[in-house]
Write a protein that binds this ligand. Structure first.
Ligand code: SDX
Length: 444
């Protein structure tokens, strides 16, 4: 018998307006509960009010991999997965790629607004003059094998930065917050380039303050005996657009890792080192590296049908395809594909591009992929540009980490200023043994 009394399930029993509520009947007790619906969500804690008796802990929500859980509010990245829309602070990536540059976009992501001329000049000056790292970081790098994966080196050296700036532990201090943002955005390319040079056994090429952010990165990678490295402006611009496209992407796995670790009030360098580690995974940022290896394995367009059969038989995944949020073409992939042609005009044709284009075409003609709404994502074409720029495959994810640092920093700043947040500590469904008696080893 349903209770006449409709219980307010919320913690505070706040009264919701009739049309913005969820009415739930617990058939175990016949009780009916009303939950407030706000911004398309119900508060998970409201389920705790649904009990079978006063001793009952109450209901929890169960959501492996957080496929349907909003863990925070944010004002930084907006994605419409069905429409294939991505905006940073309300500006479309298409506009930012056409009119802005990465450093200005990073300012927008971190500070919330596009900078004035003076603000941009100050920001550019600060970033340019914080690109050096402590000389001891080089000694840390020297401890790695010559063939250490550069992402492994990056996650270690980013974390090590926390030991050089102990003031960063004052996570609520605005000056320390600003300096951490500047240092991380400024030093990530230096750490990335040092890792690359370590792999090649080359001396480090130090930052050149006369160059722009992407030009300086290319110089630290490729400068040899010449007095001054002169990057091709078309390649520098293509890299700058790639940096813009990779800057933020709402609560992706690595950003969620930064927020989770940052929720313990650890310093931002340690929190962002966690983001680097998460990005390393082949299902996340590591996919761009796997796409090139996949295209190498396919070898020619003749092998595409057999490869796709293998994917459909679950022998492997079509790397660079699919997305948790985009159920349409990733808007970033569309822009990157356009720049691939521009870069290859400078660097020369790539046989892998022909395979990638034909593979995309065949996949999008195949209902296995279209039924599952699997389209090219940001990683499908980006590796072709990095390869054309002369980067080795294991550097691709490192290059993803450079611009994503501004998104990680922006989201970390939101976290530390959000009064609703606390230490992240999910619950579980326990389905293991209980109350067992210890048995000595001789009796087992
Ligand atoms: C990034 O989150 C972000 O925003 C990430 C990112 C960012 O900017 O931060 O956009 C960057 O990480 C892009 C994604 C790069 N990863 C890849 O390209 C790796 C290949 N893609 C997948 O592994 C997969 O699509 C994910 C990980 C991206 C998404 O996985 P989901 O949402 O958990 O989807 P799923 O694994 O549940 O797959 C749903 C179905 C399954 O088939 P069924 O078992 O239901 O029959 O689609 C299939 C999967 O087997 N599937 C694929 C596939 N991706 C999903 N089958 C073949 N090839 C694929 N690539």
């Amino acid at each position: 018998m349903a209770s006449e009394q409709t219980q307010q399930a919320g913690e505070d029993g706040g009264v919701a307006t009739a049309q913005e509520t969820l009415s739930i009947t617990d058939n175990r007790t016949g009780e009916t509960y009303e939950m407030e619906i706000t911004e398309g969500t119900v508060r998970a804690m409201d389920f705790r009010g649904i009990k079978v008796n006063e001793d009952d802990f109450g209901l929890m929500t169960y959501d492996p991999a957080f496929k349907n859980t909003a863990s925070t509010r944010s004002k930084i990245g907006y994605i419409d997965g069905e429409a294939g829309i991505l905006e940073y602070r309300g500006y479309s990536i298409e506009q930012l790629c056409e009119h802005s540059n990465y450093l200005e976009t990073a300012y927008l992501i971190v500070n919330g607004e596009l900078p004035s001329k003076d603000e941009y000049a100050q920001w550019e000056h600060e970033i340019t003059h914080h690109t050096y790292v402590h000389e001891n970081v080089k000694k840390l790098m020297e401890g790695f094998r010559y063939d250490a994966h550069p992402m492994g080196m990056l996650q270690s050296t980013v974390g090590a930065l926390s030991t050089f700036y102990p003031g960063a532990n004052n996570i609520t201090d605005e000056h320390e917050q600003h300096m951490a943002a500047v240092r991380l955005i400024a030093k990530m390319p230096t750490l990335a380039a040092f890792a690359y040079r370590h792999n090649l056994g080359l001396p480090y090429s130090y930052p050149d303050n006369d160059l722009s952010y992407p030009e300086n990165f290319l110089s630290m990678l490729f400068k040899m005996a010449e007095w001054k490295y002169e990057p091709d402006p078309r390649l520098a611009r293509a890299l700058d657009v790639l940096f813009i496209l990779h800057a933020d992407h709402e609560q992706n796995a690595s950003t969620a890792a930064v927020r989770n670790v940052g929720s313990t009030q650890v310093d931002p360098y340690s929190a962002i080192a966690a983001g680097v580690s998460a990005l390393y995974g082949p299902l996340h940022g590591g996919a761009n590296e796997q796409v090139l290896r996949m295209l190498d394995r396919i070898g020619t367009t003749d092998n595409i049908p057999d490869f796709l059969e293998g994917v459909k038989n679950r022998e492997e995944r079509l790397m660079g395809f699919g997305h948790r949020v985009y159920k349409n073409y990733d808007p970033r992939a569309r822009i990157i594909k356009h720049h691939v042609d521009e870069v290859l005009e400078v660097t020369g044709k790539s046989p892998k591009l022909e395979i990638a284009v034909e593979l995309e075409k065949r996949a999008l003609d195949d209902e296995f992929f279209t039924e599952r709404k699997l389209y090219p994502n940001v990683d499908y074409y980006s590796g072709l540009i990095y390869e054309a720029l002369g980067m080795p495959t294991d550097m691709f994810t490192v290059i993803f980490a450079i611009p994503r640092t501004s998104g990680w920093v922006g989201q970390w700043l939101e976290l530390v200023k959000d009064d609703e947040q606390a230490i992240a500590r999910p619950r579980q469904i326990y389905d293991g043994y209980r109350e067992r008696e210890y048995v000595g080893i001789d009796e087992r």
